[in-house]
Design a binder for this molecule. Sequence first.
Ligand code: HH2
Length: 281
Amino acid sequence: MNARSEPVTLMGVVNVTPDSFSDGGRYLDPNKAIAHGLKLAAEGAAILDVGGESTRPGSEGVPAEEELHRVMPVIEGLADAAPAARISIDTSKAVVAQAALGAGATLVNDVTALRGDPEMAHLIADSKADCCLMHMLGDPRTMQINPRYDDVVDEVKAFLEQRMQFAIDAGIPAQRILLDPGIGFGKTVEHNLELLRRIDELVALGRPVVIGTSRKSFLGRLTGRSDPEERIAGTVATCVMAFEKGVTVFRVHDVAPVHDALTVAAATVAPWTTSPTSTTR
Ligand code: HH2
């Protein structure tokens, strides 16, 4: 599997939170979040990833009731207003995932890779939903305190293989699983760069690889851009490089520039037909 043969999918980020690292508070009003999701879909996002809990370094988490209160009106509104887009729920709580799936979500993006809630794997197995399994070292409260690996790529790969086997054993077919190295989740700048350099080793696991480099702090460290909104060029660079190595799903805040960049990148490696993005993964 490589960039030349697999369709590209953009996953637009819809954060319904007061405290997300780059857009906290901007879309807490459900109407604003729905409008934002519709804009991202119009720009080329085939998946809208709705989240009600920030996982930024140091964050403490929110109770399920609050998460439900934030995300449900937005999922219901997007299911109604953007029927062509797939909705993903970014949560590690089974009760939130269950409500979201009931309202039309078809993908569970669990940053704990099914370790956060013992009910999550069976819930997904019993549904028709896909799931994204992401690597994280520790938890958001502690993950950026001196993260260490002998070989970050080997360790992330072994973790993802093990979590994929766990999911399969719980009854989730392999074809419904996406894998994500968890850029910025318990990683230094050099760990993130090493993962991007050798991301083809994760692509070799045979499932679609998702990357979420969008606006993250390692881009700020590299470019000197402290404002996350000024990290779009850095985001684009990582997406194009990862695309060339076979990554097919890109979780981004800024869909339009990444869509354009991947359209051009795709045209340089295969005969140009239309947009490289697809409405399915
Ligand atoms: N990154 C964030 C949240 N969810 N999910 C996946 N699969 N991969 C990622 O890299 C990823 C993710 C963090 O970004 P954001 O949602 O913008 O920030 P916050 O957690 O502060 O809401």
